[in-house]
Design a binder for this molecule. Structure first.
Ligand code: ATP
Ligand code: MG
Length: 361
């Protein structure tokens, strides 16, 4: 069976380090591995509109930002299809039919929907579209017959919901859809990177992010004001490493070579952690190290971004070509699904013939 990837992001803002370690970095590795027959990377503007209906301008401007973020981290349009969700009509059509296969109670139980509804303060004003977005996400994944979805941990319940829809559809109408599997990062902290405030996950909506496109000065400022251990007041005090965001980010980003290059007095991250726990290591020192580590990762990305920024029309051409290729695949899945659902009247000559006979013989 073909191995196909589908992933995506909402164009509600520029992409941040949570996206980078949770999904983007892995997408590039998978793309470069050559193990996949097709890769679809979706800018989920229609989904973003489900909780931004009154602010289409925000979504419109961020499509380019997300596209630039993709290209700058190494998504290669020759090997990965970048597409814009709203420009694929088959997705809306599939969602409409999948709605009949999911109960309201099941959606209400979806833990990600629950926490996102709470986070956005929706109570009696919850838009139906937002409530139902796991269904549209199932359409996105299945339209491309994706087998693998590389994503952060918050999306686990969404993939489970998709798998249920696939099973229900196939049982009811025949084997058309493919059950996807989630691919999480191997690194525990990368599955759900916390924000710079140390609280919830880093999220565009919470404003606690370091953005892939942030300039060095901004990265520095954000790291210097990052949450550490509130009880680590004097340098000599013993410090806590668990829940200390600087160490969490070092777990996510540092590589063994960083020590030789930026902090030769320590041999590895465990060595640094031990010293911090014992006392005698100040926050400023670990923050400066983290800034160097992040810059090592971000500066080549920034450089690539600035090249793509010189040709914005070219970026839109990439999106247009990726969307056209995606439409072909999604249209073909939709045709198969409609045939299985027996709503392909005009293409079904047997149906027309048999009814013709019934009435005229
Ligand atoms: P929004 O606040 O608009 O929902 P977001 O920051 O949650 O934005 P999404 O576009 O919803 O970002 O998520 C895109 C992808 O990035 C998903 O696969 C999601 O799992 C992953 N992701 C987002 N934030 C993180 C994070 N902090 N850690 C790991 N993965 C993340
Ligand atoms: Mg989100």
């Amino acid at each position: 069976m073909a191995e196909i990837i589908l992933t995506g992001d909402r164009p509600t803002g520029k992409l941040h380090l949570g996206h980078y370690v949770g999904s983007l970095k892995q997408r590039v590795v998978l793309q470069d591995s050559g193990d996949f027959d097709k890769i679809f990377i979706m800018i989920a503007d229609a989904q973003a509109l489900t909780d931004n209906a009154d602010n289409p301008e925000k979504i419109r401007t961020n499509i380019l930002e997300v596209a630039l973020d993709y290209l700058s981290v190494g998504i290669d349009p020759d090997r990965s299809n970048i597409l814009i969700q709203s420009q694929i009509p088959a997705l809306a059509e599939l969602s409409f039919y999948y709605m009949n296969l999911v109960t309201v109670a099941r959606l209400q139980r979806n833990p990600t929907v629950k926490s996102e509804v709470e986070m956005r303060g929706f109570s009696s004003n919850l838009p139906v579209g937002f409530f139902a977005y796991p269904i549209s996400q199932a359409a996105d994944i299945t339209a491309f017959k994706a087998t693998v979805v590389p994503t952060g941990e918050d999306q686990e319940p969404m993939i489970e919901q998709t798998r249920e829809i696939v099973r229900k559809f196939n049982q009811t109408y025949g084997e058309v859809l493919v059950e996807p599997r989630i691919l999480l990062s191997d690194n525990k902290v990368c599955k759900r990177l916390p924000g710079t405030d140390g609280k919830a996950k880093m999220s565009k909506s919470l404003g606690n992010g370091i953005y892939i496109s942030d300039d060095p000065e901004t990265v520095k400022k954000k790291v210097m004001s990052m949450y550490t251990d509130p009880d680590h007041i004097q340098v000599s005090d013993p410090g806590k490493v668990e829940g200390n965001t600087v160490f969490t980010y070092l777990d996510a980003f540092s590589v063994p070579d960083d020590f030789g290059e930026f902090l030769p007095e320590y041999s590895c991250l465990d060595d640094l952690k031990d010293h911090y726990k014992k006392g005698g290591l100040g926050d400023v020192k670990i923050k400066k190290f983290l800034i160097n580590v992040l810059e090592r990762e971000l500066s080549p990305i920034r450089k690539r971004r600035s090249e793509f920024e010189k040709d914005i029309a070219g970026v839109y051409d990439i999106l247009k070509a990726g969307t056209a290729a995606a439409n072909k695949v999604a249209d073909s899945t939709l045709a198969e699904a409609k045939e299985a659902m027996k709503i392909n009247y005009f293409d079904d000559s047997a149906l027309i013939r048999s009814q013709e006979e019934m009435y005229n013989n």
